[in-house]
Design a protein around this ligand. Structure first.
Ligand code: ATP
Ligand code: MG
Length: 723
């Protein structure tokens, strides 16, 4: 009763309060976005602590990101005051908690407590050695491919001997299982674990040592899991083992099947369905009141997700009398106009007194960020990129820039050093050391030193060959600078160096995104006059990235926006192929489409007061301008909840345009949008657009930007001056 009066319970609705107070026994909170699931979890922890049911160290709480863990810690501290001298709960991601447990029992899984955690690069390097040692052609069976397979197995909690035959044979020339086992053995000798091990080794520990498992079952009297819909099999097994101890079936999972967006990484939404089976007598509480978004936003999101078939089904309502603003649907000519318009809108809100911290741009693919970063640098608008490096800081972009820098400036040692052995050419640390020695002695740049060394006997013939081939390439590329459009040159450099191919062969989950980023890099170069001009721009952008500004717009992918909320959310790039993403459709068909739609639902439901969707008529794909088709998800939005704007800088234009149905279709789509299903329009657009497609890039370098853009629709007379 003392707890009932507790201030932290004030303001919760009856269902939320029930979920907070049902501390004993298994509980599933299944509820839509913004209904207070995370708030319930946090309050529940406060309640357990404040009512003396457990010490902090007896509580295990799993969040999806480290950021969420930090926020939850702060909130708990605020809820129960600073009186928690006994420390904090075990609160973190599955990985963070896994590593903590493993370090305490390292010797039981053949590690020392100071084991290192390998990053992806280390992992690949190690796998390469293993593949080569097994006499398997690494070209045909790339290490990255094996790494991806092993990650997949680990996500499913599969030790080497449990990998299904078919899958084991399909990897590493039939030796998938052996090499996986060998890899695990090598990790032990190195006293190392990879990311997946943080969970699977924990699983092994629990299975092999019931006494250790029992200790944790006893310790964790209360377990809480946020974003339960995105747990993978290994995580699920891990939770189940921990929760099945007699004394500790106090497990509370909160989730939303409509927000399951990590299927491609092994998450299984079925875990939700299994919950009641695994924990008989489990209580299920549904929360239906949304506290986050105003009426139109919520209705738009609900209308959208209703188009999915595989759903558990939930209702959502909001009690705010306020319907608020409708979801804005805007179109722009191309992605730079989209960035310009969104930038203008942000500045408008800022002038009205809105904080940048309350605004976010949520993109489907990370390559989309570049345009916004560029624009914001120009505007002097503070921004931060969440959940990943900024565009020009990405690994593949830095590599590509290094190639270009070394092409423009053969004395750029840092650039040369970065890529001399990327992709692998056998020019490892030993060779580099030789080069450095020679360069120092002769007081010359590395490349010049290399040119001298290849004429001597100091290097083994094989290395000499590899190095001189690389030098010859750089010479050729440099010589082409004055004669070749720089975007063509950049493509050539990335192709001929084998850099693009390196990622094409890569089977890891990030590889397709990296290739997209590389294409975006070439795209963006087209906006600059020359290669040196572009490189200068990049160094300026990089330099402007000072310390963390206190007030800044967030830019992030839809995937990393899960669980977050902002007053204003911009959702650019709602075009077929980008969103829904073509890859998801190609690889997973209907299921892929539904996961994409859930992602759209996640995006819309991040918004408290304002949501603005954008699509463009033209996007550069693979370096070619293509007219695009508005996303079919736009058709899913209830008409009453959206406000469709005329294309800003082309007002009037769309309707007056006498030619080019494809342009008409994408510029002023809404006459036809509601009449024609998205896929039909896509088809129509493809049919009419294709024969007239040309590359904007060529036109750009010949006639200048505006002309180039207009050539996209294929109509030259549509050109200059009309804007
Ligand atoms: P998501 O599915 O997006 O993770 P969620 O269900 O976890 O959402 P929360 O983030 O916990 O939802 O809550 C959404 C917003 O609603 C937060 O700003 C939260 O503070 C607020 N909220 C939740 N419950 C209440 C309540 N009873 N009274 C007032 N505000 C509330
Ligand atoms: Mg949440």
């Amino acid at each position: 009763l003392a707890a009932r009066a507790a201030p932290y319970l004030a303001g919760l609705n009856p269902e939320q309060q029930e979920a907070v107070e049902a501390t004993e026994g298994p509980l599933l909170v299944l509820a839509g976005a913004g209904t207070g699931k995370t708030r319930v979890l946090t309050t529940r922890i406060a309640h357990i602590l404040a009512s003396g049911r457990a010490y902090p160290s007896q509580i295990l709480a799993v969040t999806f990101t480290n950021k969420a863990a930090r926020e939850m810690k702060e909130r708990i501290a605020r809820l129960i005051g600073e009186g928690m001298a006994e420390g904090m709960p075990w609160l973190g991601t599955f990985h963070a908690i896994g590593v903590r447990i493993l370090r305490r029992h390292a010797e039981l899984v053949d590690l020392r407590s100071d084991f290192t955690i390998l990053d992806t690069d280390d992992q690949i390097r190690l796998l390469k050695q293993i593949i080569q040692a097994a006499n398997i052609d690494e070209k045909r069976w790339p290490a990255r491919q094996l790494a991806a397979a092993i990650d997949g197995w680990k996500n499913r909690g599969l030790a080497p001997d449990k990998v299904p035959d078919g899958e084991a044979y399909a990897a590493a020339n039939g030796k998938g299982r052996e090499l996986y086992a060998e890899y695990q053995a090598r990790l032990k000798t190195l006293n190392a674990a990879d990311f997946g091990d943080l969970l699977t080794e924990c699983l092994r520990l629990f299975r092999e040592r019931p006494d250790v498992l029992a200790e944790y079952q006893k310790r964790f009297r209360y377990m809480l899991v946020d974003e339960y819909q995105d747990t993978n099999v290994a995580q699920y097994l891990w939770l189940r083992l921990l929760a099945q101890g007699k004394e500790s079936r106090n497990i509370c999972c909160v989730g939303d099947d409509d927000q399951s967006i990590y299927g491609w990484r092994g998450a299984e939404v079925d875990n939700i369905l299994r919950f009641e089976r695994d924990f008989p007598g489990a209580k299920v509480i549904r929360l239906e009141r949304n506290y986050r978004s105003t009426g139109h936003i919520l209705a738009a999101a609900s209308g959208l997700i209703a188009h999915n078939e595989g759903r558990l089904g939930k209702t959502l309502f909001t009690e705010t009398a306020e319907l608020g603003e409708k979801v804005a649907v805007n179109s722009a000519w191309d992605s730079s106009e989209e960035a310009r318009a969104i930038g203008d809108d942000i500045e408008r809100l800022q002038r009205q007194g809105h904080a940048l911290n309350d605004m976010a741009i949520l993109v489907r693919a990370s390559f989309q960020m570049r345009e916004f970063e560029d624009r914001f640098v120009t505007l002097g608008l503070n921004y931060r990129v969440i959940g990943g490096p900024r565009f020009f800081e990405r690994l593949e972009i830095r590599d590509a820039l290094a190639y270009l820098r070394a092409t423009v400036n053969p004395a750029d040692d840092l650039a040369f050093e970065r890529i001399v052995n990327t992709p692998k050419r056998g020019l490892g640390p030993a060779t580099l050391q030789l080069l450095h020695g020679h360069a120092r002695r002769r007081n010359m740049p590395l490349m010049a030193a290399a040119a001298e060394l290849v004429g001597t006997e100091e290097l083994k013939p094989k290395l000499r060959q590899a190095l001189s081939a690389l030098l010859r390439s750089f010479e050729r590329w440099s010589a082409l600078i004055p004669h070749t459009p720089h975007t063509d040159l950049a493509e050539m450099v990335l192709e001929e160096s084998g850099y693009t191919e390196m990622w094409q062969l890569d089977r890891s989950a990030e590889a397709p995104g990296r290739l997209e980023n590389l294409k975006e890099l070439v795209n963006t170069m087209g906006e600059y006059e020359s290669l040196p001009g572009f490189l200068e721009h990049v160094s300026l952008v990089m330099d402007s990235e000072g310390g963390e500004a206190s007030d800044a717009v967030s830019i992030m992918t839809l995937h990393s926006a899960k669980g977050l909320e902002f007053d204003t959310v911009y959702l650019p790039g709602w075009e077929e192929g980008l969103f829904p993403h073509q890859r998801a459709l190609d690889e997973n068909g209907r299921a892929g489409l539904e996961e994409e739609r859930r992602l759209a639902y996640v995006g819309l439901t991040r918004a408290r007061r304002r949501a603005a969707i954008w699509f463009v008529s033209n996007r550069r794909v693979h370096g070619l301008w293509q007219s695009t088709v508005p996303s079919r998800f736009l058709d899913d939005l209830p008409e009453a909840d959206v406000e469709i704007s005329e294309p800003a800088s082309y007002g009037g234009y769309g309707t007056a345009m006498p030619y080019g149905m494809s342009r008409f279709d994408t510029m002023a789509p809404f006459g036809s949008t509601y009449a024609t299903p998205g896929w039909q329009r896509a088809q129509a657009n493809r049919d009419t657009a294709d024969p007239r497609k040309r590359t904007g890039r060529q036109a750009l370098t010949i006639e200048g930007e505006l002309v180039a853009k207009s050539v996209i629709g294929g109509e030259a007379r549509f050109a200059a001056g009309e804007r």
